[in-house]
Design a protein around this ligand. Structure first.
Ligand code: SAM
Length: 453
């Protein structure tokens, strides 16, 4: 392991993707747009949106480092990362003059290790892909020299790059990853790796994916076994273990979006909205019950003339249910669906397309906490935030999103927010945004609105 860099990642490095200048006059500039061309299996066209940027086509935005802060540091690998690294070495040829692919490295430890493995092979490159906009940006800040020399490739630009497109130019035979949290996420990953094997001609492509034993099930082996010829588990290390899946089978097709639907009131009329889920997106293609409760109350307020919005945002758009509602219920408004997660961005595009709700003023952005929207510019923000990090409740996830809503709302603009009824968020919302009204409540969920002071 590299000897340097031993303290934890400063929060400032969890920086947004490509921030817009705050004074930007245009809320939704054209090049913010990502497209349904990013849906797996649907290649980008020259005529439509430009092909997604890669480290080749777009230089990464400068990292948001402050010279007054200590240099960014990569933490020691945790137990799961250590089992991934040990298993990678045991699979052999880890350090051959080959490229390596790293997936979902949230700390930099796996990428750092991969760089170390290829250090003796000047032509080898590490391709580190992350679905999270914030985490991709953080890696750019951690490894500026390696990115500048081309030793390390990261997704760059403002649209998420599908993994199989990003890694299509690699010469990799080994993929280091954390196991996705959900089975659909793992299925999606396996399908994309099979696509990479086809595109790069690497029939020996091997995935080493680690996780905590308590979160691992036999179903994960079965999901991988449907794509790879050889699947086995590593020896355990403490409470972690890795699955090693080698040699993707021929004829595996690109993962297809999941299909679902939600019936909601749009300006008082019941309407079915088609939903699309991609990879590990929250809820797959199913509507979230909290979002449905929020929409019921919001539609009553819009229909009753209690609320008007010309600029509306769905913060954390997931499968796009709330974005699609806004596009349908506010046909003259500018609407933004925004998510940190590449799968969510692709799913939101797909949901809008499935409902014929795409129009110039309806945009979808890959962004962390609305960093590319100007301050005090938005009339209405909808938020169904994450409350869990993995399986643990993490209340801090909400605070940053409430702060983002507070920043972009104009005075008198409204936040509509849904949370689990057993959690207490009213004081938090009131302190960060302004006076709060409870709009709906059932056993599971509570919907609040807050007026920006
Ligand atoms: C609970 S899901 C809600 C999804 C969707 N709005 C719905 O109602 O089904 C929360 C979403 O917020 C996204 N998210 C989490 N942190 C974010 C951030 N800092 N910026 C943007 N999106 C974020 C997640 O990726 C996830 O898709």
């Amino acid at each position: 392991m590299p000897a340097a860099l031993r303290y934890s990642l400063p929060a400032v490095l969890i920086a947004p993707c490509s921030p817009l200048p705050r004074e930007h006059p245009d809320l939704f500039p054209k090049d913010d747009v990502t497209s349904s061309e990013n849906i797996p299996g649907t290649p980008a066209t020259d005529a439509g949106n430009p092909a997604p940027a890669t480290a080749d086509s777009a230089p990464p935005a400068p990292a948001t480092t402050d010279p007054a802060l200590p240099a960014p540091v990569i933490p020691e690998p945790d137990q799961t990362e250590r089992v991934i690294l040990r298993s990678a070495e045991e699979t052999g040829e880890a350090g051959c003059p080959c490229d390596l692919i790293v997936i979902e490295d949230s700390t930099g430890a796996l990428t750092s290790f991969a760089l170390d493995l290829v250090a003796d092979h000047p032509s080898a490159t590490v391709w580190s892909w992350n679905a999270s906009c914030a985490e991709s940006r953080a890696l750019t800040g951690l490894f500026p020299e390696q990115v500048a020399t081309g030793r390390l490739r990261l997704p760059a630009g403002e649209a998420p790059v599908p993994l199989e497109e990003f890694a299509a130019g690699s010469e990799a035979h080994l993929v280091l990853a954390r196991l996705p949290k959900s089975l659909p996420g793992l299925e999606d990953l396996a399908g994309r790796l099979a696509q990479i094997a086809v595109r790069t001609g690497r029939e020996d492509l091997t995935l080493v994916a680690g996780g905590r034993v308590k979160h691992m099930t036999r179903s994960q082996n079965e999901v991988l076994g449907a794509v790879f010829r050889d699947v086995r588990a590593s020896r355990g290390l403490g409470k972690s273990r890795a699955l090693i899946a080698a040699a993707p089978q021929a004829g595996i097709t690109a993962p297809e979006p999941m299909h679902g639907a939600a019936t909601v009131s749009v300006r008082g009329d019941r309407r079915e909205l088609a939903l699309r889920g991609i990879g590990g997106v929250f809820g797959g293609a199913r509507p979230d019950a909290g979002s449905l409760l929020l929409l019921e109350a919001l539609d009553a307020a819009l229909t009753g003339g209690e609320l008007e919005a010309h600029q509306a945002v769905d913060l954390g758009s997931g499968n796009g249910l709330l974005t699609a509602y806004l596009a349908a219920a506010l046909p003259d408004a500018a609407v933004v669906g925004s998510d940190d997660d590449a799968d969510a961005v692709a799913a939101t595009h797909a949901t809008l397309a499935a409902n014929a709700l795409e129009r110039e003023e309806v945009r979808v952005t890959w962004d962390a906490s609305l960093s590319r929207l100007p301050d005090h510019s938005i009339d209405l923000v909808l938020l169904n935030p994450p409350f869990h990090d993995g399986t643990a409740v993490d209340a801090t996830l909400v605070q940053g999103l409430l702060d983002a809503a507070a920043r972009v709302l104009r005075p008198e603009g409204q936040l509509w927010f849904v949370h689990n009824s057993h959690l207490r968020y009213r004081p938090e919302v009131e302190r960060r945004i302004g006076p709060v009204t409870q709009r709906a409540r059932d056993r599971r969920f509570t919907v609040l609105s807050a007026r920006r002071r």
